[in-house]
Design a protein around this ligand. Structure first.
Ligand code: HEM
Length: 139
């Protein structure tokens, strides 16, 4: 049966709300540690089975993307081309429930991180906003 793709009425996320200096303030290490801890949370989450068995490569890709988004070098685009994140997520069935679980894992990882509160808030707002655009299935 043909799968029905849901398009969030809010459309693509608006221009980046993250100041470029964020990368300078945090440094690459803190960002990579955050993303790796997020993947640790995913390991025991209800959406674990959406991801490959070995998530090391997924975590590295995601960390490259976050470095880029937070104002660092465009590591993701250099290695994998244009992000086109919604398109890259289309093969996976992502509804609001999956989004909520995904965001929950990031919330925990942010809470455990030594990132300053101001930057935590910026990252959280970005993720809430951006993840809405990854939803492709009505729950
Ligand atoms: C809404 C909830 C989301 C779910 C359930 C989800 C799930 C997934 C899945 C299943 C994959 C493919 C497996 C993998 O290669 O790891 C993936 C890839 C990826 N996701 Fe998400 N994702 C979500 C939102 C996001 C958001 C908001 C971002 C960006 C901040 C993001 C960044 C990435 C990246 C960079 C990749 C690798 C893409 C590639 O090059 O193949 N995801 N995601």
């Amino acid at each position: 049966m043909q799968r029905e793709i849901y398009v969030p009425p809010t459309g693509p996320p608006q221009e980046p709300i993250i100041p470029k200096e964020t990368f300078q303030i945090l440094g690459e290490e803190k960002i990579r540690r955050l993303v790796h801890n997020f993947y640790k949370k995913l390991e025991t989450s209800e959406i674990r089975n959406m991801f490959p068995k070995n998530m090391e490569e997924s975590a590295e890709k995601s960390a490259d993307f976050m470095v880029q988004v937070l104002g660092g070098p465009p590591l993701y685009s250099m290695k994998y081309g244009p992000p086109r994140m919604r398109a890259r997520h289309l093969p996976f069935i992502i509804d609001e429930k999956a989004r909520r679980i995904w965001l929950g894992c990031y919330r925990q990882a942010l809470n455990e991180s030594d990132i300053p509160e101001e930057q935590k808030e910026l990252i959280w707002k970005f993720l809430v906003n951006f993840s809405a655009w990854m939803v492709n299935t009505k729950g």
